[in-house]
Design a protein around this ligand. Structure first.
Ligand SMILES: Cc1cc2nc3c(=O)[nH]c(=O)nc-3n(C[C@H](O)[C@H](O)[C@H](O)COP(=O)(O)OP(=O)(O)OC[C@H]3O[C@@H](n4cnc5c(N)ncnc54)[C@H](O)[C@@H]3O)c2cc1C
Length: 463
């Protein structure tokens, strides 16, 4: 960080501010609720602590990616990663409850059409100010397709169960999506699926659906081993009509869209893994400072010191790798466009009233303007860069979540049964770590993607 600080002092200062803010929120708002919510949501998986939601909303976390002049925090990927580590070390499921909402802005920024971006920014900012929940869900998984949605080769041969048919002015969709984070709370859903089940890869698309659309309903909300404070739900689509205007990415470009989203979301899950590992280690150290075995404090035992130092080493090494990823993402992916001096100056100078006006939104809907702006972004972020980031994101995801599983298990070996009590938080982190290895594609399938991209395609070692 220190070299980067010299070269880009403003960029690093913003990340340090994000981390300091997140540390305060983690300590004052998240940590005190962690264990009590785990129990409440075990009893009732639909339970939501709305006081907690309001407290987080006041801190503007829901609009953290929105540029500052428009009412957000203006965070890029490095800021998000720094903040996420702090949040997750306090509680991963509360973090996922509000941070997974970033699928909305990330999908919009990947598309980068002025109309989609402006209306999403306006809606998010207004909802935040009016203390009105506005959840987004990203619905990819269905009963017959899980990890195969995240791997190019598997996608080509998958057998999707959701059916899409062309209708006058749009599409009709029927079927079930499941395990969707915040699906039971979401007012806006990004539905990722192929329009032709015989040619899934070639016809993958991204549709935008509102939860009040006729035919849309929420099915089962899952009872889970971990991540309990974030609901995971089944979405039922019964002949839901989606107009052409709500096709965010047309058939054929959907895989490219999904790859760009996954490139950052898988790496972010790697960061969740790092936060889980750190949270487990911190709780273990606190326990070892207070508890004795054979008359000596555990922390005074040589074998404990070695184990703790080893876990600390692994966390530190991975943290710097994840920071590298985030800095590269800010340099080459969409936040690079948002941070262009011209875009920044325009946002800073334009009065908020004008940016959020219906007149500008109507202008933004102009198809030629949409095509030009979106085309510019896609030239700035070419397909081969996205493919490289997807592979790096998969490396980060597997490394972070395997580390979480490993460290959360190792600390339980050290602290024994009294340390494994619910009140100590370590068994909860163990339960929270396992799902992180599974979602965003199982780690095995992410490893297959790494093999296909780095080894088979021969990009290994090119950096
Ligand atoms: C807490 C939680 C939150 C989630 N949130 C969301 C969400 O918001 N949106 C969403 O869309 N999904 C979500 N999911 C679903 C998640 O992304 C899937 O569970 C994940 O992708 C794995 O899919 P699956 O469960 O169908 O398992 P499968 O993919 O069916 O895997 C089963 C086994 O088969 C192996 N396997 C699968 N495909 C291949 C292959 N091609 N080659 C070799 N082996 C293979 C896997 O490695 C695994 O061992 C969530 C899941 C959880 C647990």
């Amino acid at each position: 960080m220190s070299c980067l600080k010299k070269a880009c002092p403003g960029y690093v200062a913003r990340a340090e501010e994000a981390r300091a803010l997140a540390r305060r929120i983690a300590c004052d708002i998240i940590a005190p609720k962690s264990l009590e919510l785990d129990i409440a949501c075990q009893k009732d998986p639909r339970y939501v602590d709305w006081d907690l939601w309001r407290a987080l909303n006041r801190e503007k976390i829901s609009v953290c990616m929105i540029p500052k002049p428009l009412g957000g925090l203006g965070w890029g990927f490095l800021d998000i990663f720094c903040a996420m580590e702090e949040f997750v070390a306090a509680d991963v499921s509360i973090t996922a409850f509000f941070m997974f909402n970033l699928f909305g802005p990330v999908c919009a920024f990947v598309e980068f059409t002025p109309e989609i971006c402006l209306s999403l920014i306006r809606d998010l900012v207004m909802a935040q100010r009016e203390e009105r929940p506005l959840f987004f869900a990203w619905a990819l998984t269905e009963p017959s397709c899980g990890s195969d949605n995240l791997n190019e080769e598997a996608l080509a041969t998958q057998k999707p169960s959701v059916r899409v048919t062309r209708a006058p002015g749009g599409y009709r969709v029927s079927g079930v999506k499941h395990f969707i984070s915040n699906g039971s709370l979401a007012e806006r859903i990004l539905l990722i699926l192929p329009v032709d089940p015989e040619h899934p890869k070639e016809t993958f698309s991204c549709f935008f659906v509102r939860s009040d659309t006729p035919g849309f309903s929420v099915g089962r909300v899952e009872h889970k081993m971990g991540h309990r404070a974030k609901q995971t739900a089944e979405l039922v689509l019964d002949n839901v009509f989606i107009p052409d205007s709500d096709v965010w990415e047309r058939p054929g470009r959907g895989w490219r869209h999904t790859m760009e989203v996954l490139a950052v979301s898988t790496a972010a899950v790697g960061m969740l893994g790092l936060g889980l590992a750190r949270g487990a280690l911190e709780r273990c150290i606190a326990f070892c400072r207070e508890n004795r075995a054979g008359g000596r404090l555990l922390i005074e035992e040589n074998w404990v010191q070695i184990a703790i130092a080893d876990m600390h080493r692994r966390i530190t090494v991975l943290r710097s790798r994840l920071y590298d990823f985030a800095v590269a993402a800010d340099t080459f992916l969409v936040t690079r466009v948002l941070n262009k001096p011209l875009v920044k100056a325009a946002l800073a100078l334009a009065p908020e009233r004008a940016v959020f006006s219906d007149a500008l939104l109507a202008l933004a809907g102009n198809p030629s303007l949409s095509k030009a702006v979106s085309g510019l972004k896609h030239r700035e972020v070419p397909d081969e860069i996205v493919a490289w980031f997807k592979s790096q994101g998969a490396c980060a995801k597997v490394s972070g979540t395997d580390l979480a599983m490993d460290i959360s298990s190792r600390v339980l070996d050290i602290v024994g049964l009294s340390g494994a009590a619910h009140g100590r938080g370590m068994e909860k982190i163990f339960r929270d770590s396992k799902p992180s290895q599974i979602y965003e594609g199982t780690n095995q399938v992410n490893l297959l993607s790494i093999f296909q991209h780095e080894i088979l395609a021969g990009t290994h070692g090119r950096g």
